[in-house]
Design a protein around this ligand. Structure first.
Ligand SMILES: [Zn+2]
Length: 462
């Protein structure tokens, strides 16, 4: 029976890569798929403050594809505005949320404090979007769904979650609503990424909502292991520190995995490796906890009795004192610290300490957005302003590109063509306008699918 209408509204990640939020209405149910924050440019961030087009108190549930803040950071605000329903996700996503939501609340509170101190807000006093209490309340609503088997967490709402290969715990979601099939891709990862399974195929039906972050581009397929081997050997030969600014969740574990592999293969010397960010320390232990979710290569390492994320001389620093003590170390060593773009966090005090010395190396392993300190240093600046001082940049600056948690155009196409059936309708989301447009065209040409970029606020009746 395919009589009942399903309504899907696009409340975010339409024409941009953040703020993933989709409202699904079916029978008497209203639920959200993802509840993300808009991030980046100010005009986007201001959207977080807008009144939602729905009553949060009347939302029955939220289903999450993965833990990234642009998919989950709206949850505390939803709760603040009256949402009380369950938040369904995989167990790993649920654990990562317990790190990410309080951190996001902390950043919101910091921002408000900064605005009050510098009088940069129109509002006096400036208030945070939400606070720690709201984040804690949201965490209490978490409920786990299993992967790879159809579940019916609400009567009449059937859902199938399958690995998306993007970050630990990430899935794409297939809903069966009274016989109508709606797919949400979430963020689709890359094939052959360390630890993570490849994106698992699904079955398409009436509507596919598909991401397009790199829908118009291909990643460079450079040999990351060999590049990292050369950088580590070079840094060790100079006798100084190798500082790697990296996102705490995902990228840090990727780097640790490759460093450990290179060490075991005898391709690099066993140097002290310090993971210096409380979030990175905690997320690394969550990765280890869910090692049964790892891909076959990582499981083989575990079966041999090794730990895929542990290098020979690895230490963790949780406290600021432990972090500052790293400044007293001498000789070749590796420090992995956040934030990944050097726009905040502990990595800054390391950078201030290490940049002026030509023996040290800074390695960028992620995209450096325009305007960030990371981008300025990566572009070859000889001097950088930090802590109100001018710091000379004499360290060796290296970049390894092509590391991404997102599949490129061909990887997205690979996932789509590995899945069964053809979606009757496709809406392209989670991409810059150009990328979404090009990807929609690609799907029309390759598969003759009815594909269009989603428009913010649009509602489809299926
Ligand atoms: Zn993501």
């Amino acid at each position: 029976m395919k009589s009942e209408t399903v309504r899907v509204s696009f409340l975010g990640a339409a024409g941009c890569v953040t703020g993933s939020r989709y409202l699904v209405e079916f029978q008497n149910y209203r639920f959200l798929v993802d509840a993300g924050l808009f991030q980046g440019k100010k005009e986007l961030r201001l959207k977080n403050w807008e009144e939602p087009s729905f009553d949060p108190g009347k939302i029955d549930a939220v289903f999450l594809t993965h833990a990234h803040i642009d998919h989950t950071g709206y949850l505390p605000l939803l709760v603040k505005r009256g949402f009380k329903g369950p938040i369904f996700s995989t167990a790993a996503t649920s654990d990562l949320l317990a790190l990410l939501l309080p951190d996001s609340a902390h950043l919101q509170e910091e921002e408000a404090r900064y605005a009050n101190m510098h009088k940069t807000s129109r509002h006096d006093p400036a208030k945070p979007l939400y606070d720690l209490v709201d984040a804690e309340k949201a965490l209490k609503l978490r409920k786990t769904i299993l992967r790879d088997e159809w579940q019916e967490p609400l009567s009449g709402i059937r859902v199938l979650a399958r690995a998306a290969g993007h970050i630990l715990g990430s899935v794409h979601l297939t809903f069966d609503l009274g016989g109508k099939v709606i797919n949400f891709s979430g963020d689709i990862g890359r094939y052959d990424t360390p630890m993570l399974p490849d994106p698992v195929p699904t079955e398409f039906g009436d509507l596919l909502v598909c991401e397009s972050t790199y829908g118009d581009r291909l990643h460079s397929h450079s040999d990351m292991e060999t590049e990292l081997e050369h950088v580590v050997k070079g840094a060790a030969a100079r006798g100084g520190a190798l500082l790697i600014p990296a996102f705490a969740i995902g990228r840090t574990q990727h780097i640790l995995y490759v460093l450990a592999e290179l060490e075991r293969a005898g391709r690099i010397p066993v140097l002290p490796v310090c993971v210096d960010s409380p979030m990175a320390v905690n997320s690394t232990s969550i990765y280890s906890k869910y090692n049964f979710d790892f891909d076959a290569d990582a499981k083989a390492i575990i079966d041999r009795g090794d730990s895929p994320l542990t290098t020979g001389r690895m230490t963790f620093s949780r406290t600021v004192e432990e972090s500052k003590a790293l400044n007293n170390l001498k000789g070749p060593r590796i420090i992995i610290s956040a934030s990944g773009m050097m726009n905040g966090g502990r990595v800054l005090h390391h950078a201030g300490h290490l940049l002026p010395d030509f023996r040290n190396t800074v390695l960028f392993v992620g995209f450096q957005a325009e305007g960030t300190r990371g981008r300025i240093i990566q572009s070859g600046a000889r001097e950088i302003k930090m802590f109100g001082r001018h710091i000379e940049v004499r360290a060796d600056i290296k970049t390894i590109s092509g590391l991404s948690a997102h599949g490129d155009r061909d990887e997205l196409l690979r996932w789509l063509s590995s899945s069964e059936g053809a979606p009757k309708k496709v809406r392209i989301v989670h991409g810059e306008p150009e990328s979404s447009q090009v990807f929609a065209e690609t799907l029309r040409e390759r598969f003759s699918w009815d594909a269009e970029p989603a428009v913010l606020g649009e509602m489809l009746e299926i």
